[in-house]
Design a protein around this ligand. Structure first.
Ligand SMILES: *Cc1c(COP(=O)(O)O)cnc(C)c1O
Length: 377
């Protein structure tokens, strides 16, 4: 919800994590109270109930609750059997959690540039990136917009590759009518507070159609044990907190309604900005129904526009300002500027506008007006 500053000026925040909790406050506090009374804090019935509900929601047989989206990616890769020296394909314009767990498993990251319309993996470039050591592909559903999963599976399948969906931003998005997270071998979800389904702290999950993969991830999240103190392998402490599971289960009932509100806000932006030639609006292919985790435009004179919005009391974000291959963390990959021209150009032009379920039509129109004003339109 927009507020006014002390000077009476309109303020539009980038996200609003307070308003959705107001209506759910009593219910959430009750659930936390019940968890406190049961004293089942790590795992237990609250986690199992959420896992069942989330699997049903994603329309997939199995969900396993984990400590974060980063844990979900890590355990997904390990469950796929990733080995040192294996090569895994993903995109450079993502959050570093997508690739951290690849390097940390001593696998090699093989970046493929993105399509300039969708900002997602460019399937045309996929075949040429596949080599003898390639074992898997990690499509990222960036901003909650689904990657072209069938096209990616066709290429991956013909080479015997696994697919781990990075669905951290895409809770509820649909690809050809089916939820993302139900297409690949495994999908990793984050419930970081700012995601469309957010915990009140850190949390994540995987979904999978393979029972054996779900079982393996349950074992890995709990120190490699299936029976207490009998360790099949060295594992991790990557369990989901019972409190977070209880909160997530309540919030899951509202996710579709929140995503629908975000889609409405996206329509307000589109209606007010469609004729502006200096910006490009998010592209949604006919097979995609995104959850509008972020509403990202591509803008001429992006930095000046951003300053203009800031001065008008409008917060915005950059997702992401520097592609991964140019990050200091990946200097050792020796991928120079110019290697992934589409990702690099998008990074100069992208701008994430305020987006959250409670943003109003008036807020969106105010943001659009200030953008039009900047371009003299
Ligand atoms: C948020 C996010 C993650 C990491 O999730 P955490 O829960 O913060 O560990 C991974 N990938 C992408 C694309 C994300 O946006």
């Amino acid at each position: 919800m927009a507020t006014r500053s002390a000077s009476g000026r309109r303020q539009v925040p980038f996200v609003d994590l307070r308003t959705p909790h107001r209506a759910l406050r009593a219910e959430i506090l009750d659930a936390i109270g019940a968890a406190l009374d049961s004293a089942a804090f790590a795992g237990g019935p609250a986690v199992e109930s959420f896992e069942r509900d989330f699997a049903t929601y994603i329309e997939t047989p199995h969900a396993v609750g984990l400590g974060s989206g980063t844990d979900a990616l890590r355990l997904a890769y390990l469950a796929m059997g990733i080995q040192p020296g294996d090569e895994v394909i993903t995109v450079p314009n993502t959050f570093i959690a997508t690739t951290e767990a690849l390097s940390q498993a001593r696998a090699t990251i093989r970046f493929v540039d993105v399509d300039q319309q969708t900002s997602n993996l460019d399937v045309e470039q996929l075949s040429t990136a596949i080599g003898p050591r390639t074992v898997g592909i990690v499509p990222v559903h960036l901003y909650g917009q689904p990657a072209d999963l069938d096209a990616i599976s066709d290429v991956g399948g013909s080479h015997g590759l696994w697919i781990v969906e990075d669905a951290a931003q895409a809770q509820g998005s649909r690809y050809k009518g089916r939820r993302v997270g139900s297409h690949g071998d495994v999908a990793a979800f984050s419930f970081y507070p700012g995601k469309n389904l957010g915990a009140c702290g850190e949390a994540g999950a995987i979904t999978t159609k393979h029972a054996a993969v779900a079982e393996r991830i349950k074992m890995l999240r709990d120190h490699g044990q299936r029976a207490k103190y009998y360790h099949e392998v060295e594992g991790y402490n990557a369990r989901l907190d019972a409190w977070q599971a209880a909160v997530l289960r309540i919030k899951l009932h509202h996710l579709d309604e929140w995503n629908a509100a975000r889609r409405r806000a996206a329509e307000y932006y589109r209606a007010s900005l469609a004729d502006l030639e200096m910006i490009r609006l998010p592209y949604e292919p006919e097979w995609a129904e995104g959850n509008y985790h972020l509403f990202v435009i591509h803008a001429d004179r992006r930095d000046e526009l951003r300053d203009h919005l800031t001065k008008a009391g409008i917060a915005s974000g950059l997702h992401y300002p520097l592609p991964l291959h140019l990050q200091p963390a990946y200097a050792h990959l020796r991928l120079r500027r110019g290697t992934f021209p589409v990702s690099e150009r998008l990074a100069q032009r992208l701008l994430s506008l305020p987006m959250y379920p409670d943003i109003t039509q008036v807020d969106c129109e105010y943001v659009a007006e200030r953008i039009r004003e900047f371009y003299g339109a």
